[in-house]
Design a protein around this ligand. Structure first.
Ligand SMILES: Cc1cc2nc3c(=O)[nH]c(=O)nc-3n(C[C@H](O)[C@H](O)[C@H](O)COP(=O)(O)OP(=O)(O)OC[C@H]3O[C@@H](n4cnc5c(N)ncnc54)[C@H](O)[C@@H]3O)c2cc1C
Length: 463
């Protein structure tokens, strides 16, 4: 079976890794860029600062993935280990994430409004929410929805919450428990350990992209091809052509490029169906190179969330805290990485976005003055977040099935368009599991059963 993999991000590299591990010889991977990692790549700017494409935090639901990651680097090159210090900046104060567990730190009137909303939640509500916004209100109450969850989610998704589904949520949003909330309020405790990424690791050198560069470096180089961009696909003849005019035939095509792009090459009907239902938002990544020592209030923080409208970003990562090597000289420099979402529902003035971000950093007091900014870095990706929109699955599943009938398997963050299994570990495992399924070595749990892979066994064991 000759397998061709399109795309050298985590999904494509996961598939390649598994093929090599199983000793399957007939495969090739083609990537359009001159680097590995896709959306998980990292870049060093001309001042020597490293940047990711948005704050990437590596955590995993899979022991198989953990073992591979564990052995990727030699010890010197290794990892920085972190306890998550995620905070929300609102009402002129830092509140530990998740906000819903720490509402007692809000001003009294807002705390009361949030509590009231939680108290009024119906215990046995049989009526399923019609959309994400309704799900938020039914799960967290109207106070939390008004003050944090609605504005914050619109800022992240850039998509009306009424047009979004909620079935994807699973472990992504911390639930509320009135008893725990009141306990923490009475004893003035900080509750910040919720969730699968309470601890995480980060490459000591070279940003998140170092993971994927190292992985590609361990694969047989004869099978890997950079600078190869798909330009045509003939599903009937099982043939792909690249922009340089060369072509290849395949038995199975494992595509990790955006599904909407792939559909352009299949048939117009499918393309229309897919495109009408598959939505996404773009992301501006604005890096701030700063001189001096990291501001004291940020010295122990990993990332910050911003629900209010006094700044354009929804999240800021204190990137030099992830690794001192993300800046050339940590004694004299530090860095922030800010993310701004964009869509037809949330327009961004691209030309001025860097300046708007700086104004936002000043408004929120994250930086004191422009004087400390040594330089900025701006990177825009048109496809940042695959939106879990209403109607997505109804369109997606027939499209994926239809492609499979033609021996084309579309997998990965935008290959399969399922945000709930669109992180790096999920994507890598989508690649691994698709190979398992093709070579009769296992099934594709991640893509088809997100609720299983995203739930740890009660003992804490990973899959
Ligand atoms: C802002 C942001 C923050 C994120 N934060 C996290 C996080 O904290 N933790 C986490 O685990 N994940 C995070 N992610 C998700 C992570 O980036 C993805 O899980 C991962 O990169 C998806 O891998 P993939 O291989 O499916 O897709 P991609 O990374 O998109 O790779 C697809 C590859 O296909 C190539 N390609 C496209 N078109 C063609 C063509 N025509 N011919 C040849 N090649 C082509 C692309 O160049 C690319 O290399 C984040 C993503 C974003 C955007």
């Amino acid at each position: 079976m000759k397998i061709i993999i399109l795309g050298g991000g985590p999904t494509g590299l996961g598939a390649a890794w598994r093929l090599a591990e199983l000793g399957h010889e007939s495969w090739s991977l083609y990537e359009k860029n001159d680097f590995w990692g896709g959306l998980s790549a990292s870049f060093q700017d001309d001042k020597g600062f490293w940047w990711d494409i948005g704050g990437h935090v590596l955590f995993s639901h899979y022991s198989y993935f953990d073992q591979i990651i564990e052995n990727l680097f030699d010890l010197d090159n290794g990892w920085e280990l972190h306890k998550r210090e995620a905070w929300i900046w609102m009402q002129n104060r830092f509140i530990p994430y998740p906000l819903q567990n720490n509402i007692h730190q809000l001003p009294k009137e807002i705390y009361w409004e949030c509590l009231q909303g939680i108290i009024e939640l119906k215990k046995h509500d049989e009526v399923k929410p019609a959309h994400f916004e309704e799900w938020i209100a039914k799960t967290f109450g109207t106070g939390l929805a008004k003050w944090f969850l609605n504005p914050y989610n619109f800022k992240v998704w850039a998509y009306p919450l009424k047009k979004m589904a909620w079935s994807w949520v699973g472990e992504r949003v911390a639930p509320v428990d009135l008893k725990d909330i009141l306990h923490d309020a009475v004893f003035a405790e900080k509750s910040d350990l919720w969730g699968p990424n309470a601890t995480f690791r980060f490459p000591r050198h070279g940003g998140t992209g170092a993971i994927w560069r190292a992985m590609a470096g361990k694969l047989p180089s004869r099978n890997l091809h950079l600078n190869k961009q798909l330009s045509e696909l003939d599903p009937e003849k099982h043939k792909i052509t690249f922009t340089d005019g060369s072509s290849q035939e395949y038995d199975v095509l494992l595509s990790t490029i955006p599904l909407t792009q792939l559909l352009d090459y299949t048939n117009p009907e499918l393309a229309a169906l897919g495109k009408s239902a598959l939505c996404c938002s773009g992301t501006h990544i604005v890096g701030m190179g700063l001189t001096g020592r990291t501001a004291d209030k940020l010295a122990d923080k990993c990332w910050l969330y911003f629900p209010e409208d006094n700044c354009p970003f929804y999240r800021v990562t204190v990137f030099s805290n992830y690794s001192p090597n993300n800046v050339p000289d940590i004694a004299k420099q530090w860095s922030l990485m800010c993310e701004v979402s964009e869509s037809p529902y949330k327009k961004v003035d691209s030309k001025n976005v860097v300046d708007d971000v700086i104004k936002g950093l000043l408004n929120t007091g994250i930086i004191e003055s422009r004087g400390n900014i040594s330089h900025t870095w701006h990177h825009y990706i048109k496809k940042g977040y695959p939106t879990p929109s209403l109607g997505r699955d109804e369109a997606l599943f027939p499209v994926l099935d239809n492609l499979e009938k033609k021996n084309i398997y579309s997998r990965g963050r935008f290959g399969a368009w399922r945000y709930e299994v669109g992180n790096m570990d999920h994507s890598f495992m989508q690649g691994v599991e698709s190979v398992n399924a093709l070579l009769a070595a296992g099934e594709e749990l991640t893509l088809w059963y997100p609720q299983i892979v995203n739930n740890l066994h009660p003992s804490g064991r990973k899959r």
